[in-house]
Design a protein around this ligand. Structure first.
Ligand code: 8OZ
Length: 373
């Protein structure tokens, strides 16, 4: 029988009740970078797999102070942050849910005011991102602001970044009790900056060839898999997104190579953003064959679940799973405005729209007050 959106699936070490995944969503409500009770409520509202998500991927979670690029995002490198996340995972598990933590280093998508000692953000090369970040002023008012000029990372700093990813993964699974982690290698952040030649002009063995540009992402993935077990690790990729000013002229051979290398690591899943993140599913200047990408992974022995994202609606999501295009589909904005999205899909609606004004920052409004059926 063909799988449906509502069929269970074993994903690495995790048993999921459905194929409906809540995508990672930055919400900027962790004051001072510490997860709070309001966040536990938000995730719990979406966690019951019979009505909400079969799997929740947390919002991007900085692995180190240097990895922070926005105000009020919840990190995972201080004891208070681990304790804050524990409340979240406990609330999710109490209703039978599953949650993995998205491990995030923003690289050049940051601002000096967010960095330790107000230093320049770090990047593969000293090339500024055509992007904006989100700052909060002394009065608590948030605003999008241009990113600061970055400095190029020294080669001797890279093992420290690999270490920070692995340490955060341990904090997530062993201390905060997440069911696993997702490595954020998408959307123009640090790992995507190393992958793509628009941001990576290095002349050492982390730049230039496809093999070299994939090196940091693969080192991070191996270290994280060693830290928490490969069955608890996923990775998120965005081959053609222009998010945060990132660009790659030849994405197909780059990502085909990357997923072939990932295939041998035995990960739980690969999560692919098709097209422009949160926008059009096609980027005219950057054609890409996602079926070929999946085939490259499978033919190289990849057995992880294949998760797709971006602009899916109930109809196209059902088709994606029934046709074998994907094993899992993640929904972002739909899960903000519909905590019981799975229930609504099962009943054919009604569907509830999103209030854009309350997406980033603020309090309970537009966060934990969306109604269920
Ligand atoms: C929107 C606003 C801030 C961050 C991503 C973590 O695009 C993000 C993000 C999205 O992956």
């Amino acid at each position: 029988m063909k799988p449906s959106l509502f069929s269970p699936l074993r994903v690495g070490a995790l048993s999921l009740a459905s194929r409906i995944v809540m995508a990672p969503l930055t919400r900027n409500r962790a004051l001072g970078g510490i997860p709070n009770a309001m966040m536990a409520t938000y995730y719990k509202q979406r966690a019951d797999p019979s009505r909400g998500a079969g799997l929740i991927i947390s919002e991007g979670t900085p692995i180190s102070p240097q990895g922070v690029g926005y105000a009020d995002v919840p990190g995972l490198y201080r004891i208070e942050q681990i304790d804050g996340w524990k409340q979240v995972t406990q609330a999710v598990h109490a209703v039978g849910g599953k949650i993995v933590c998205q491990l995030w280093h923003v690289g050049r998508v940051s601002h000096e005011l967010l960095q330790p000692n107000q230093a320049a953000p770090v990047a593969p090369s000293a090339i500024r991102a055509e992007a904006r970040t989100y700052l909060v002023d002394a009065h608590g008012k948030g605003a999008f602001t241009a990113t600061s000029a970055p400095r190029a990372l020294h080669r001797y700093e890279l093992p420290g970044i690999v270490h920070d990813f692995a340490a955060a993964a341990r904090n997530a699974v062993q201390s905060a009790r997440f069911d696993g982690v997702e490595i954020h290698a998408a959307n123009g952040y640090l790992l995507d900056q190393f992958l793509k030649s628009g941001a990576n002009q290095r002349t050492d063995d982390y730049g230039g060839s496809i093999e070299n540009r994939c090196r940091l992402t693969l080192e991070v993935t191996r270290a994280v898999a060693d830290a928490v077990g490969r069955g608890r690790v996923g990775i998120r990729l965005s081959p053609v997104t222009p998010a945060n000013g990132i660009d790659e002229a030849k994405p197909q051979p780059l990502f085909d190579h990357l997923v072939r290398e990932l295939a041998s690591l035995g990960l739980a899943y690969v999560h692919v953003i098709e097209g422009a993140t949160g926008g059009p599913r096609k980027v005219a200047s950057r054609p890409f064959d996602y079926a070929a990408l999946k085939a490259a992974y499978t033919q190289a022995g990849g057995r992880g679940a294949w998760m797709v994202n971006n602009g899916y609606d109930p109809t196209t999501a059902k088709q994606a799973v029934a046709s074998g295009h994907a094993d899992l589909v993640s929904f972002g904005k739909a899960f903000i405005s519909m905590p019981d999205l799975a229930q609504r899909i099962r009943h054919g609606g009604p569907y509830q729209g999103l209030d854009q004004a309350t997406m980033y920052g603020g309090g309970e409004q537009g966060y934990i007050d969306y109604p269920t059926l």
